[in-house]
Design a binder for this molecule. Sequence first.
Ligand SMILES: Nc1ncnc2c1ncn2[C@@H]1O[C@H](COP(=O)(O)OP(=O)(O)OP(=O)(O)O)[C@@H](O)[C@H]1O
Ligand SMILES: [Mg+2]
Length: 348
Amino acid sequence: MTTEAAVPSDPCPTDDTLLGRGRELAALTRALAVHRLVALTGPAGVGKSRLAAAAAAEARRLRPCRVRTVDLGALHAPELFAGTLGYALGIRARDDGSELGALAQGLGAEPTLLVLDGCERLLGRAAAGIEYLIDACPDLVVLAVGRATPGSRYERVQRLEPLAEGPATALLCTRARQFGAPAFARSGLEHLDALPLCHLLDRNPLAIELAAGRLTQLSPRQLMSEVSRPAGLLGLAPVALPPDRAADCGDRLPDRTLRAAVEGSHDLCTRAERLLWARLSAVPVGFDLAEAEQACTGRDLTGYALEQAWFGLIRSSVLVSYGAGAQRYRLPFLLRAYGRERLRRINR
Ligand SMILES: Nc1ncnc2c1ncn2[C@@H]1O[C@H](COP(=O)(O)OP(=O)(O)OP(=O)(O)O)[C@@H](O)[C@H]1O
Ligand SMILES: [Mg+2]
């Protein structure tokens, strides 16, 4: 549950390379040097955990500090934050029962970068606990990673966008070759269909890695037609690597389906947010709040409730902004595909 970050050993160099993300890594490293709470946020599978691990290694290289990473995936209720953190870090509550006091003692003992992964599970209700730790430990920096931020007044937010075209196609081609996909056998050349396929996958690294496994059975064109259907896209699931590659690389490949990743976001939404998500999935391309209101107002969702749901979906990275400075938002393809499935079910 908790890991000391280490400079990764590299038995399988092509698998361990962080593709692209140079600008994002530099910005995150800079932010960690000057802010006490940095929140890295973005939609399911966009590469937050991977970038956070790289940023933690970089921060430790630049400034000696202890790095503790805690996966909040096991957090069942935001109220259990302090207890879960203490358990993960091996810090027991003090005799007076104070879990946060004990955490402050433990984390304040030496310069520490605390990486909290899975912050969407905090649902904005653990900000006070994080702030307490930051106030109590002058040498503590927190990197909060998740589809939603903790919602603290201290947080400096960095939003993660899809991979750029070059790294996205490189990831697809590298993984397809590792799986032994016939169309990608010639190393060093990008397959012509790689870029359109990556666009259909929203240049989302999790979707790209899962799709690469399917290229052993399907041609790129067949896969494109498969992922153009919501069920085909959401049905992408892990495929085992050939045995000669599995020993070195297997544990770095995703172990979850795309549907499970998206459902994780859906489970954390309120009823109104789910309804808005479903209705927005029928609206082509992008929208602002006024257009969303016009298209989605209806039974069980009107006025203030719709507005609250709109901001809730933005907070949890279900809606992502696009266009320089514009307040226009869109549903990433994966989330749109899921929303369309839900809408069909609601309208049945
Ligand atoms: N820049 C990258 N280069 C190579 N592989 C990447 C990159 N970004 C992400 N990946 C891989 O894509 C997969 C998804 O990334 P990651 O788990 O970091 O996503 P996430 O945003 O944390 O997802 P979630 O919201 O579900 O926690 C992982 O297998 C990861 O190793
Ligand atoms: Mg993650």
